[in-house]
Design a protein around this ligand. Structure first.
Ligand SMILES: [Mn+2]
Length: 305
């Protein structure tokens, strides 16, 4: 598959030409022409790779050892057409068809949230509809943005309409601030999704919520974790295109990801890091650590006794 291999690899892992022989393929998708406001997420994969060099191989809290558990490599970045969103969507879907054709699970780094739609289209062909854990400040369920059906704020409506997600097994966590109408989050609820606003998360551990999610989803149904960094508060993750105040703490983001262990995760993504707005590098550093936690939550990841 055409790809761009940037400098360095995620977590200093081996680089691979394809996902052949891998359990998990880490891929970068530097798309940011689906954004409605500030761009820059195209630089996410390379900056998160840079900041990932200090991520060590063992999780001290859970004992998880993803690199002892799985064959994981960095398969590089999807070679996008930065002039054409719809062509890029098709290019991404083809890239993920190839990863999934090798029976590898994709762990993706965006890029803006538009990338999740073609990834889910590819996953649907292999696994059918997925259960969804969606962390975000926004529901991303607009019918259109500026008249466009595909953009970073419409993808979960498209994915539900296309049957890619089982909306009765969907939870959206961290939604908040201002909407285009007071009913903005209701469409998700009408489809059967559970909406957990940021206010419902304030001052709390999210471990009990995730225990409920595991009960609802079960351990067999294919599940997907889509983590928009803007679900977290701008005080911990300012480097993103559409920051919103009153978001989740970094520790709550970690709890959500750790709480996915026990689900049958078939893929995950971390999106919307925009390095030009990440002047300290800390948003990318946090993103690298969250991506590591996602690997730790993949089914079958070994834990120390
Ligand atoms: Mn989003």
């Amino acid at each position: 598959m055409p790809r761009y291999a940037g400098p360095g690899t995620m977590f200093r892992l081996p680089s691979a030409e394809t996902a052949a022989g891998l359990n998990i393929a880490i891929a970068g998708v530097g798309l940011d022409i689906g954004t409605s406001n500030r761009t820059g997420a195209r630089f996410g994969p390379r900056q998160i790779r840079n900041e990932s060099v200090m991520v060590r191989p063992y999780c001290m809290a859970t004992g998880a050892a993803p690199f002892d558990s799985f064959q994981i490599a960095d398969v590089g970045d999807v070679a996008l057409n930065s002039f054409d969103l719809l062509k890029s969507i098709d290019i991404i879907e083809n890239f993920y068809d190839d990863i999934l054709g090798h029976d590898a699970k994709p762990a993706s780094v965006g890029g803006d949230h538009t990338i999740t739609l073609p990834i889910l289209r590819a996953i649907h062909k292999k696994h059918g509809p997925v259960a969804m854990v969606h962390v975000d400040a926004h529901a991303d369920i607009n019918d259109h943005q500026f008249g466009e059906k595909i953009a970073h704020g419409t993808i979960f409506r498209r994915a539900i309409e296309e049957g890619l997600i089982d909306a009765h097994k969907m939870v959206q966590i961290g939604l908040r601030t201002t909407g285009y109408s007071a009913e903005d989050f209701d469409w998700s609820r009408q489809q059967g999704a559970r909406v957990v606003t940021a206010e419902e998360c304030w001052y709390k551990s999210l471990a009990p919520l995730m225990a409920e999610v595991r009960d609802t989803f079960g351990g067999d149904v294919p599940a997907y974790l889509s983590f928009d960094i803007d679900g977290l508060d701008p005080s911990v993750a300012p480097g993103t295109g559409t920051p919103e105040p009153g978001g989740l703490m970094a520790s709550q983001g970690v709890e959500i990801i750790r709480g996915c262990f026990g689900l049958n995760l078939v893929g995950c993504d971390l999106v919307e890091v925009s390095p030009p707005y990440d002047t300290s590098g800390n948003t990318s550093l946090l993103a690298a650590n969250l991506l590591f936690e996602m690997l730790c939550s993949m089914p079958g990841c070994k834990r120390a006794d």
